[in-house]
Design a protein around this ligand. Structure first.
Ligand code: SF4
Ligand code: MG
Length: 332
């Protein structure tokens, strides 16, 4: 199936007063048409930076794409001018952020905000754009859309505002929707409704989704494939079912152990991964997970493990997968 997005060997750095932060370090992945993938990992692992790179919304001038390519529908957005990016944003790629209140304009009516995006990308009258906005509000399950279209953001609840953001993101039928922690600010019931809505819309419209989250429960609900990021790198990727049933990388194992399960004993405690991610001002030369890994071997500190096929759909970068690892672990 056709790839909607192909990220190849992407490197992103941030200039800070302390030096250069290597936020994304050589990641590659693709998203196929109609596919929903998740990017998971702790905060600061480079998930949002990756999303913002695809949209070319990195804070300027501090952040810079140093190398690599990001093909969206076959075209490298890294090389695009801001003007051509404005056409791509909304039209080809829609984005939903964590906090809808900061993304909506408090002084403009909801309908106008949805219509604005529609009018930027197609030659239709304001009246027609408002009519389309009403349809979009209806699509995302907002009751009485004819009335709501004339209201302001503060007249909507958090969950309803996030629905509005989804309406805005989908108004121009983008091929890809990037959702960065879209439900984190919402309570659990509303979270479930929003995720259900996104899943439903994805099935109906065949939009591809990149869902960025630290919540693995959400991943299982929504996505078919998962990319696990750690310290600016991808450490494991594969089908959600395979990775959940049989995680390979010690970091993925740790992440999964920290998720509550239905079959858990009442007294069973969730485990957490001790320690903190490495300082990306001076990234480690070997495996980034080395200081926190209970299986660490000497080679892990000095050499970066390659990506290896570890299952039908799974790739992982860990020295334990190397045929010589057993020998090595006993000799160090
Ligand atoms: Fe642990 Fe070594 Fe594997 Fe890194 S490469 S995850 S340190 S065993
Ligand atoms: Mg983030």
């Amino acid at each position: 199936m056709k790839n909607i997005v192909e990220v190849k060997d992407l490197h992103v750095t941030f200039d800070t007063s302390a030096g250069k932060v290597h936020a994304v370090r050589g990641i590659s992945f693709e998203v196929k048409k109609g596919e929903a993938i998740a990017i998971v990992g702790e905060s600061g692992c480079g998930k949002s930076v990756t999303a913002k790179s695809i949209m070319r919304l990195l804070p300027s001038p501090q952040a810079k794409i140093d190398s690599g390519s990001i093909l969206v529908n076959g075209e490298d957005v890294v090389k695009k001018s801001e003007k051509s990016m404005q056409k791509i944003r909304g039209n080809e790629v829609g984005m939903i952020f964590q906090d809808p209140m900061t993304s909506l304009n408090p002084t403009a009516k909801i309908g106008e905000q949805i219509a604005e995006g529609i009018m930027q990308h197609s030659k239709i009258s304001k009246k027609q754009a408002i009519e389309k906005s009403i349809k979009m509000l209806e699509l995302v399950g907002i009751p009485q859309p004819e009335r709501r279209v004339n209201q302001y953001p503060h007249e909507f609840s958090g969950g309803m505002r996030q629905r509005v953001m989804i309406a805005i993101a989908l108004a121009c039928s983008p091929k890809l929707l990037i959702a960065d922690e879209p439900t984190t600010a919402l309570d659990v019931t509303i979270q479930a409704q929003i995720l259900h809505l996104m899943k439903d819309l994805q099935m109906k419209t065949d939009t591809s989704i990149i869902l960025i989250t630290h919540d693995l429960g959400v991943v299982a609900e929504m996505c078919s494939r998962v990319v696990v990021m750690y310290a600016g790198e991808i450490v494991e990727s594969g089908n959600v079912e395979d990775i959940f049933a049989n995680p390979n990388h010690p970091y993925t194992k740790g992440l999964l152990k920290s998720v509550p399960r239905l079959d858990m004993d009442k007294n069973e405690k969730l485990s957490t991964i001790t320690g903190t991610p490495p300082d990306l001002l001076d990234p480690p030369k070997g495996c980034s997970f080395f200081p926190r890994c209970e299986h660490a071997m000497k080679i892990c500190a000095d050499y970066k493990p390659e990506f290896e096929v570890v299952g039908q759909s799974q790739y992982s970068s860990c020295w334990l997968n190397h045929p010589l690892s057993k020998k090595r672990s006993t000799t160090v």
